[in-house]
Design a protein around this ligand. Structure first.
Ligand code: NAP
Length: 267
């Protein structure tokens, strides 16, 4: 992946799951990493692990729902390494409740703030620098941004929103040669399912998941690296996701059934 050597890459949601695995996959390629999330001790433990392999990442604690902190995160990244080439909008949060069972309606707003507005704020703050460097924005969306998902309506809405937003931005940025790369993971083993908010807005704790049938975060990150390196436009991690996207045009009810049974069986 010669295209990534010496690139300054900011990864949000780097304290866990896919973001953490992506940092560990990118560092050996010679990338200079900025790691961000809210949990400082987890970020520092990742930075420590990377330092033991000879890397020297920058750590900055920020909540992507806070516009001011988003600006500070971008400013700090540029100050620390002298430039920013790639912004990876990976931080995300999910929910698990049928809409008519939902008691805490703030969940809907939170999904939008974390999964859509956060990436929009960060990208707005980063754009002058990314234009200067003919850089790249990566958005870790979801297959839930391509189809309806029962009990994840607010999550699916936020992922549809972020995909539509970055599809629009990609067209706006053609002349600036800033690439927009949308990645849609299918189910991946991570904490997101346990941290998903229930109908009261509390973390679910336990989730029905069949880990054996899912990608690990490391496998997902490994698939993402060449897509980022080649400045790819759009990537879905699973074959069923790729086929489902086409099939939805001809057999939308079948896709609804598949979504229902995937959520019910946890894979
Ligand atoms: N796992 C899946 O099955 C799956 C499938 C499709 C798409 N995705 C997407 O992949 C991305 C990564 O998810 P994951 O599975 O790796 O989940 P995860 O293990 O729960 O990690 C989520 C990351 O986002 C950070 N985060 C959450 N809210 C934040 C906020 N307000 N501000 C800043 N950081 C925040 C978390 O760190 P802190 O708590 O420390 O802030 C954590 O580092 C998400 O966008 C998710 O929607 C995941």
């Amino acid at each position: 992946m010669a295209g990534l050597t010496d690139k300054v890459i900011l990864i949000t949601g780097a304290s866990e799951g896919i973001g953490r695995a992506l940092a560990l996959a990118l560092a050996p390629l010679g990338c200079k990493l900025v790691l961000s999330a809210r949990n400082e001790s987890r970020l520092l433990s990742l930075a420590h692990e990377l330092a033991s392999q000879g890397h020297d990442p920058c750590v900055f604690v920020a909540d992507v729902t806070n516009r001011f902190q988003c600006q500070q995160l971008i400013d700090t990244s540029i100050e620390h390494f002298g430039r920013l080439d790639i912004l990876v909008n990976n931080a995300g949060m999910s929910m698990c409740s049928k809409f008519d069972d939902l008691i805490e309606l703030d969940i809907l707003e939170l999904m939008m703030k974390v999964n859509y507005l956060g990436p929009a704020y960060l990208t707005h703050a980063a754009l002058p620098e990314l234009k200067k460097n003919q850089g790249q924005v990566v958005i870790v969306a979801s297959v839930a941004g391509l189809t309806g998902v029962p009990s994840r309506s607010g999550y699916a809405a936020s992922k549809h929103a972020v995909i539509g937003f970055f599809d629009s931005l990609r067209i706006e940025l053609v002349e600036d040669n800033v690439a927009v790369t949308t990645i849609c993971p299918d189910f991946v083993v991570s904490e997101i399912h346990k941290r998903a908010l229930d109908s009261h807005g509390r973390p679910l704790g336990d989730a029905t998941v069949q880990e054996s049938k899912r990608l690990t975060a490391e496998e997902c990150a490994k698939m993402m690296v060449p897509v980022i390196s080649s400045r790819g436009r759009f990537f879905i991690t699973s074959m069923r996701g790729r086929l489902g996207r086409l099939l939805k045009l001809f057999a939308p009810r079948l896709i609804d059934k598949i979504a229902r049974s995937a959520v019910a069986s946890g894979h």
